[in-house]
Structure formats: C-alpha cells, structure tokens
Design a protein around this ligand. Structure first.
Ligand SMILES: NC(=O)c1ncn([C@@H]2O[C@H](COP(=O)(O)O)[C@@H](O)[C@H]2O)c1NC=O
Length: 207
C-alpha cells in the first residue's frame, strides 16, 4: 500500500516522547533529509536541485524545536506552527490555525497537509496530531500513554500504533521500514526525535 508522507508521534513503547516522519515518494524519490541539532529539512539530492522548480511542495523544513516542544510536518506549515507556539499560542490552536491557513496542497492530488506537535517535558507532556484535506480539518490530542500515525494518502484519520524505538536512530528506522510501517511502499528518507531531558534528532538517508 502507498501512503505517501507519514507522521507518527506520541510515546514510544517504553514511554519516551517522540516524533517521526517518513517521506515516501513515487514522483520525487531523489530527496534526502538534512538533520541538524535543532531542526531538519527535506531537500533534493545533489544533482536534482532543479526539481524544486517543478514542484514547490517537495522541499521544506519538516522538524523544528521550540524549547521542549517538537513540531513535525510534511510541508511549509512547520514554520508557522513553530512561530505561533514560540509566540505563546497553545499547541491545539497553533496546529489548527496553520493547517486551515495553508490548506491542502494545490497539486494534482489535493495532497493533505499533516502535522504533529509533542511537548516532551514529563510534568507538562502533551501531544497533538492534525490534518487538513480538501474535505476536512482535524486536530486531535494523542492519548498520554500512546502513539498514533497519519499519512497523506489512505490513512487520513489518526491510527494507534505501538512505536518500538529506544533512540532517535531506532525511531528513524522504525518508521522507515519496520513494524506496522514495513508494508508501506516507496520509502525515501526519514527523520525522528526522542525526548530524553531534551530533544535529540536523527535523520536516515539510505545508501
Ligand atoms: N511533502 C512532501 O515531501 C511531498 N512530496 C510530494 N508531495 C506532493 O505530492 C504529490 C504526489 O507525490 P508522490 O507521487 O511522490 O506521492 C507531488 O506532486 C507533490 O505535490 C509532497 N507534499 C506533501 O506531502
């Protein structure tokens, strides 16, 4: 089954806050994740830079941190969600506001925008997941002990998942091709962060 872009967030099987994102792609497979200490972006591989002129939706910041809060998404909405949270807006409203404002992508598929936000600190933990499609907007709290995933195609309603990962590298691998995610086609790259007193980010670009 082809799901397109996939986001998972919440708590891992062993109770660690996490966010994870996988780019799966039929049309633009020549992309990579660039993971830095406090953010990550999806960019074309060397030699494929011209692809961004063919489609403006294929390069973007996919992960940002604001203090103990991680924001992950499949497009340019990552930035306004992070900006609103940095200015003091609550997570639910920052997600809803940014998804409604940017709306689904105006491409051949009306590709949905998806996003998740997790506040990692144990005393104030909370996690939300959201989507905007051409026929709905949804922003939902993720159960405090669980994890969910959502995708651009086929899985437009959040589904529960048991997320098995101890560290950011494991978390990248898990959404890339393990567990419930193994059957989903055309993986390209992935990025994940796990909270352990602070967020630690990792990216996976297969050889
Ligand atoms: N975020 C991304 O990495 C991304 N990659 C592709 N898209 C959009 O989705 C369309 C379909 O792409 P694909 O056939 O690779 O699933 C593309 O034409 C593009 O408009 C994206 N937009 C949203 O997911």
């Amino acid at each position: 089954m082809y799901l397109g872009r996939i986001i998972s967030a919440g708590k891992t099987e062993n109770g660690k806050p996490f966010v994870a994102y996988r780019v799966s792609s039929r049309s633009f497979p020549n992309r990579q994740v660039k993971a830095l200490e406090d953010e990550a972006a999806i960019i074309p591989k060397e030699g494929f830079e011209k692809d961004i002129f063919k489609n403006t939706y294929i390069a973007y910041n996919c992960l940002k941190l604001v203090d103990d809060i991680a924001i992950i998404s499949n497009g340019s909405q990552t930035d306004p969600i992070a900006d609103k949270i940095a200015l003091g807006m609550n997570i639910r409203d920052a997600l809803a506001y940014s998804l409604i404002t940017l709306d689904y992508e105006k491409d051949d598929y009306n590709t949905p925008r998806i996003a998740a936000v997790v506040k990692g600190d144990e005393g104030s933990y909370e996690a939300y997941i959201g989507i905007v499609t051409d026929n709905k907007v949804l922003v939902e709290k993720i159960d405090d002990d669980g994890a969910q995933f959502i995708s651009t195609y086929e899985k437009n309603t959040p589904e529960d998942v048991i997320y098995s990962a101890e560290n950011p590298n494991d978390a990248c691998k898990f959404i890339f091709d393990e567990g419930d995610f193994a059957e989903f086609e055309h993986p390209v790259c992935s990025v994940a962060a796990i909270f352990d007193e602070k967020w630690n980010i990792s990216g996976l670009n297969p050889k």
